[in-house]
Design a binder for this molecule. Structure first.
Ligand code: MTE
Ligand code: MO
Length: 381
């Protein structure tokens, strides 16, 4: 039996003109995914060297929506791109030592790129479906592999630039776009490209539905698409977080601390304070987002009760007994922002227990993970 050769796989559809066109869009998707991922990393970093801005209110909603849409779109693009080039796996390596070394180095960088790309898309998709079939921590791993992928991508683009330039130019266009005949293969190059764009578009639309209200009904991939009290999906229920008893206990008190100043307030005390209503989105890192009218007390006005000065960072603790988002830090810019509320209500109704009753944090331009529900304590430092 002989090993197959690169030529055994040849078809009119495997052509640098196709590979380059699909590759260009794949590159754009990856770059978008990488940059928006950096924004998300910055937004979630507990002590960033540069404060994350509190405006625009919908900023994180947009960048994280783009992150998940561009990642999902990359899946069909990557599959088509791999299909157009995989016969190269069977190409005979060059015989001359110098060429062999270069060839080997390029192959290694491609192996790294393909594995990192598949890893990122697979873990990202699983995460946006809230499915964690692995033992490692998602956020740091997804972040580290992103740098590996983007580095390998930069090398790959640099190596292939001459081929890409030639095939995206006029001759490449003629070879692809003009070739509309359906011969023995059944599918023309133009047809293959159109099918690829269609698949990427469908993937994008199907995900964008969990962020863009008008697209909600086409959002077959949107795991949570706008159902829930006040039109806002529920991420983790009170039952799942094991807070039902604590949250409904009439003895519930919010505690506020600054230095040796301590204060406790019942939910009625909070409701008796000045109420503010703001339209703010919950923008989950998993890509879905939804806006609501939240009513409650400004966090800044609560901090004033214990004389915490402006510029104080605040630690927010939930009633939740355990979990990674039980305690989060609210940087001073957010704590002092007039839009940052300890919400008691949503869309004119008292907060439902799953949305964080007795009260929850809601701040502008923040990842959903940091919008703590069932708040027990605010501590200014
Ligand atoms: N205490 C607590 N707060 C939490 C969470 C949690 O698991 N525990 N999940 C966060 C996440 S990931 C999101 S996206 C938002 C979702 O809020 P919602 O369920 O009211 O839509 O709540 C955040 N607040
Ligand atoms: Mo989330």
């Amino acid at each position: 039996m002989r090993l197959p050769d690169e030529r055994d796989f040849s078809t009119r559809l495997r052509d640098p003109a196709i590979t380059s066109r699909v590759g260009l869009w794949l590159g754009i998707s990856f770059a978008t995914c990488f940059l928006t991922g950096l924004v998300s990393h910055w937004a979630q970093s507990p002590d960033p060297w540069l404060a994350f801005p509190t405006r625009p209110v919908w900023g994180y909603r947009l960048t994280q929506g783009l992150h998940v849409v561009s990642g999902t779109m990359a899946v069909p693009l990557l599959l088509v791109k791999l299909w157009t080039v995989y016969p190269k796996l069977f190409a005979r390596p060059p015989r001359r030592v110098r060429e062999l070394a270069l060839h080997g180095a390029e192959r290694v960088s491609i192996a790294v790129l393909i594995s990192a790309a598949i890893f990122q898309l697979a873990t990202g998709l699983a995460n946006s479906a809230q499915w964690y079939p692995w033992a490692f921590r998602f956020v740091p791993t997804h972040y580290a592999v992103a740098w590996i992928a983007i580095g390998a991508l930069a090398i790959h683009v640099a190596v292939k630039l001459p081929i890409v330039r030639a095939s995206l130019g006029r001759a490449g266009r003629a070879a692809t776009v003009a070739e509309t005949t359906t011969l023995e293969d059944g599918l023309s190059r133009r047809g293959l490209l159109r099918t690829t764009w269609l698949a990427a578009g469908v993937a994008a639309l199907a995900t964008a539905g969990s962020t863009v209200p008008l697209l909600r009904h086409v959002s077959v991939f949107g795991v949570r698409s706008g159902d829930g009290p006040g039109g806002i999906p529920i991420n983790k229920s009170a039952k799942a977080a094991d807070v039902v008893a604590a949250a409904t206990n009439p003895a519930y008190r919010l505690s506020i601390g600054y230095g040796d100043r301590e204060l406790t307030l019942s939910r009625d005390d909070l409701a008796a304070m000045r109420q503010t209503t703001e339209d703010l989105p919950i923008a989950c890192v998993e890509g879905w987002s939804a806006s609501g009218a939240w009513t409650g007390v400004r966090v800044r006005e609560l901090l004033d009760l214990v004389d915490a000065p402006r510029g104080s960072d605040v630690t927010v603790t939930s009633l939740q007994p355990k979990g990674p988002y039980r305690v989060i830090s609210l940087p001073a810019d957010f704590a002092d922002d007039p839009l940052t509320l300890l919400a008691l209500g949503l869309e004119g109704e008292p907060l439902s227990i799953d949305h964080g009753y007795p009260c929850r944090l809601i701040a502008p331009n923040r990842p959903g993970v940091l919008q703590t529900k069932w708040v027990a304590r605010l501590e200014a430092t």
